[in-house]
Write a protein that binds this ligand. Structure first.
Ligand code: BGC
Length: 347
C-alpha cells in the first residue's frame, strides 16, 4: 500500500507537486497557473493511465495553449465587449476573444505563478495568489487560495476562497481537459455523459448567453439521462453551429446552492468513470472544438478536435452584465468560496 503524501521537484524552472493516495491514484500540479498536468487513474483491469490533456515537457506550458489544466480567473469564460459597470464606474478589460473578454484576460490566473504549500491536515496543497488592484483591468486587491486535496475515496477536491478590498467580480474554474481512455489520439465522442441540468444558456453569435434559460428537452443539449457526447453533436442546430460543438453553460439543478452531483461521465471501453460534484450554478461543457492539431500530445501525435472535454464548474458567463443571473459580485469583508469534486472510479 502506498502511503498518502505530497512531494515536489523542479523541472525547467517550474515546480511540480505530486499528490498520491493509498490506492496509487496520483495527480501532478504546477506552480504555474495551478495547472494540473497529469491525473493517473486505473481502468477496470487496474491499468493506470494519465487521463488529462497537456504536455510531456512542462516548459511547453509557458507558451500558448488552450488553458490546459489551469485555474481560470479572475473571471472564467466571457464578459461581453470586455466591459462591466460596478457602483456606477465602468471597467474595461482586454478583448482577447473577438470583441469579448475571455478567461480573465491576457495574463489571467492560468499564466501567473502561485505560492504552493502542503496542507497540514489533508493530503493536498494550497495555492495562493494575490492579484493587484487593476490587474487585467479588474478592481480590488484580490487574495485567492485554491486547495487541491486528494482523498482516499479517489476524489480530487478543489476548494476556492477569495477576498477583496474593493467591490469586484469573480468567477473561478478549473480547466482540465479529460479523456478517460488515456489515449489522446482518440476522440471523446464515445464517452457517456449525464448532466444534472434541465436547462442550458443559449448563446449569441459571439458566444455570450442571450439571457434566458432554455429547456434541454427535445434538443441535443439534453444529457438528463446518459448518452454519448457524440450522439447529437453533429445535429443540425444553430447553437451547435455557433460553438462548433458543445461550448455552452448548463444550469445545474441546485436550488439550495449545496454541493450536488452535477455530472457523471463513463468511458465504456476502459470502465473509467468520473463524477463531478459542485456548489456552483453552472457547468460549461467544452468539447475541444477549436483544438486544431498544432500542439504535441503526451501520447504522440497532436491534439485534434474533440480529443478531450472540459466540465468547468462556474458562475454563468457574462454574469456582470446580466442582472437576472446569480451575482458574481464580491464585496470587501466577504469571503468568496466555491468547491468542486472530481471523483474517479470504474464500472
Ligand atoms: C471556452 C471556449 C474556449 C476554451 C479554450 C472554454 O472554456 O468556453 O470557448 O475556446 O475554453 O479557450
Amino acid at each position: 500500500m502506498i502511503k498518502p503524501n505530497v512531494t515536489s521537484h523542479e523541472k525547467n524552472g517550474l515546480s511540480i507537486y505530486t499528490l498520491i493516495n493509498e490506492y496509487g491514484l496520483s495527480i501532478e500540479v504546477l506552480n504555474l497557473g495551478g495547472i494540473i498536468c497529469s491525473i493517473n487513474t486505473p481502468d477496470r483491469n487496474g491499468i493506470f493511465k494519465d487521463i488529462v490533456l497537456g504536455f510531456k515537457d512542462p516548459k511547453h506550458y509557458l507558451g500558448e495553449h488552450p488553458y490546459f489544466g489551469a485555474i481560470v480567473g479572475r473571471f472564467a469564460n466571457r464578459i461581453a465587449h470586455g466591459k462591466f459597470t460596478l457602483e456606477g464606474k465602468e471597467y474595461s478589460l482586454a478583448q482577447n476573444n473577438g470583441t469579448n473578454h475571455l478567461h480573465g484576460g491576457l495574463s489571467g490566473f492560468d499564466k501567473v505563478f502561485w505560492e504552493v504549500e502542503p496542507l497540514e491536515n489533508e493530503n493536498g496543497i494550497q495555492l495562493s495568489y494575490t492579484s493587484k488592484d487593476g490587474e487585467e483591468g479588474y478592481p480590488g486587491n484580490l487574495s485567492v487560495t485554491v486547495d487541491y486535496v486528494l482523498t482516499d475515496d479517489n476524489t480530487l477536491q478543489v476548494k476556492y476562497q477569495a477576498q477583496t478590498n474593493k467591490t469586484t467580480v469573480i468567477n473561478l474554474t478549473q480547466h482540465s481537459y479529460f479523456n478517460l481512455s488515456g489515449d489522446f489520439s482518440k476522440q471523446i465522442l464515445d464517452h457517456e455523459l449525464e448532466l444534472n441540468a434541465d436547462n442550458y444558456l443559449p448563446i449569441d453569435n459571439t458566444q455570450i448567453p442571450v439571457g434566458n434559460y432554455q429547456s434541454v428537452v427535445g434538443t441535443p443539449f439534453d444529457f438528463s439521462t446518459p448518452k454519448t457526447i457524440g450522439r447529437d453533436i453533429e445535429d443540425k442546430n444553430k447553437q451547435l453551429e455557433i460553438g462548433s460543438g458543445y461550448d455552452h453553460c448548463w444550469v445545474i439543478n441546485n436550488p439550495n446552492n449545496e454541493i450536488v452531483k452535477a455530472a457523471e461521465v463513463y468511458h465504456p471501453q476502459s470502465g473509467r468513470t468520473m463524477d463531478v460534484y459542485t456548489d456552483q450554478p453552472g457547468m460549461q461543457l467544452y468539447t475541444a472544438n477549436f483544438m486544431d492539431n498544432t500542439l504535441p500530445s503526451k501520447t504522440g501525435g497532436t491534439y485534434g478536435p474533440r480529443s478531450g472535454f472540459c466540465l468547468e464548474t462556474q458562475h454563468f458567463p457574462n454574469a456582470p452584465n446580466e442582472p437576472s443571473f446569480p451575482t458574481t459580485i464580491l464585496n470587501p469583508g466577504e469571503t468568496f468560496t466555491s468547491e468542486t469534486w472530481f471523483q474517479f472510479s470504474v464500472k
